[in-house]
Write a protein that binds this ligand. Structure first.
Ligand code: NAD
Ligand code: GLY
Length: 359
């Protein structure tokens, strides 16, 4: 097992990465000295495969878990679902020292984290991420929240988990398209922070695509290290943390303007990252050879790198971009790369240039 610490003073926590960790969840929670009553929030797909092991492990360590299952998919990330979860927590009499286990992908993690942040003004929660995207990104760093009709993640809170338990075995049941979508966030870490990781990904992609356990353990742990380092320096995105949004300005707009669900998050940010690499070439002089390497790695991973836009969709996409949280004073700001492994944030980009790189 690999352990990565997220350094946040008295709110520091560990990310544990390894095989066969679900049966150890109860023992891990016992070490955190949490109350006996807890709720496992999951979605229908994940619950079917993994809830039993989680409930068994918690019960074996003396906890009294209740299971709350929400429908799978982005549509569960909404305010109405938060209220439904709150009502169930209250019905099961969860108290201040009770805790929540978020068992699932980014949707469950963001939703359950926000439920934990807001129930009784905040109760502890533990992330048990079951998608690649959630293990390397969404479960770490405390961004929780839900969507509004007008945009993604517009309601939320920074609220850190007490532990993140990444069981690589949960990927055995993860559909291929979801797994590949997660690779988009993995590649992101190479671009924004670690050229060596990027080169390793280029070399080891076939193993990663086969979900080779040793490769996965190293890659997931390295991505978590990078995220932990960034979050440790800038928890609430005053500056540096923005680099984690590389490719997300266009990516979020693609998700929003095409109706959540058409593109998976990783697919949308794959297109967004390739567009951001092209912008980086024009604005910051990112070498065209690096732009080509970036595009090739996404393509080899099986991710989309282009979007076809007619006039109506183009209009919708630009309107969505202006609603992004990263907009300030009406200007869309971008994270752009100077070279592989080094990015800068807060870059102004004209609409004309964005249109040009989207083709
Ligand atoms: P997801 O949670 O919707 O999971 C994808 C699908 O896979 C779902 O249908 C789910 O039921 C299923 N699934 C999950 N794990 C499974 C498993 N082990 N076996 C079988 N099926 C499984 O999507 P996601 O890609 O994990 O997360 C996307 C969400 O994460 C978006 O809402 C995005 O905004 C959010 N996100 C948040 C952050 C953050 O910092 N909080 C960062 C990145 C993304
Ligand atoms: N996924 C972006 C962040 O955590 O800041």
């Amino acid at each position: 097992m690999r352990i990565v610490q997220v350094p946040l003073g008295n709110r520091s926590y560990a990310i544990k990465v390894g095989d066969d960790l679900l049966p150890r969840l109860g023992a891990e929670c016992a070490r955190l000295k949490l109350g006996r009553r807890c709720a496992v929030i999951t979605d229908a797909n994940v619950g079917r495969h993994h809830a039993k092991a989680v409930l068994k492990s918690l019960a074996a360590s003396g906890f009294e878990p209740v299971l709350i299952t929400v429908p799978a998919g982005e549509k569960s990330k909404r305010v109405a679902m938060v209220e439904k979860c709150h009502d169930q927590l209250a019905a099961h009499r969860l108290e201040r020292n009770s805790f929540i286990v978020a068992l699932g992908g980014g949707v469950v993690g963001d939703l359950a984290g926000f439920v934990a942040a807001t129930y009784l003004r905040g109760i502890p929660f533990v992330q048990v991420p079951t998608t690649l995207l959630a293990q390397v990104d969404s479960s770490v760093g405390g961004k929780t929240g839900v969507n509004l009709k007008s945009g993604k993640n517009l309601v939320g809170a920074f609220y850190q988990p007490r532990l993140v338990l990444c069981d690589l075995d949960t990927f055995r049941t993860l559909p291929k398209r979801e797994y590949i979508s997660g690779l988009a966030e993995v590649i992101k870490y190479g671009i924004i922070h670690d050229a060596v990781l990027f080169a390793q990904l280029e070399r080891n992609l076939p193993k990663l695509l086969q979900r080779d356990p040793a490769t996965l353990r190293d890659v997931v742990a390295r991505c978590c290290e990078i995220k932990a380092d960034v979050v440790g320096q800038d928890e609430t995105e005053g500056g540096l943390r923005a680099i984690l949004n590389f490719g997300h300005t266009i990516g979020h707009a693609i998700e929003n303007s095409s109706g959540y669900g058409k593109y998976l998050h990783g697919e949308a940010i794959s297109i967004g990252q390739v567009a951001a690499a092209k912008l980086s070439h024009t604005i910051l002089g990112l070498p065209s050879a690096d732009v080509a390497r970036i595009e090739k790695l996404f393509v080899r991973s099986g991710l989309p790198v282009k979007i076809r836009l007619d006039a109506a969709r183009r209009k919708k996409l630009f309107a969505a971009m202006k609603l992004d949280k990263k907009v300030s004073d009406g200007e869309v700001k971008f994270v752009l790369a100077q070279k592989l492994g080094k990015v800068t944030w807060g870059q102004r980009v004209s609409s004309a240039l964005i249109e040009q790189v989207l083709g």
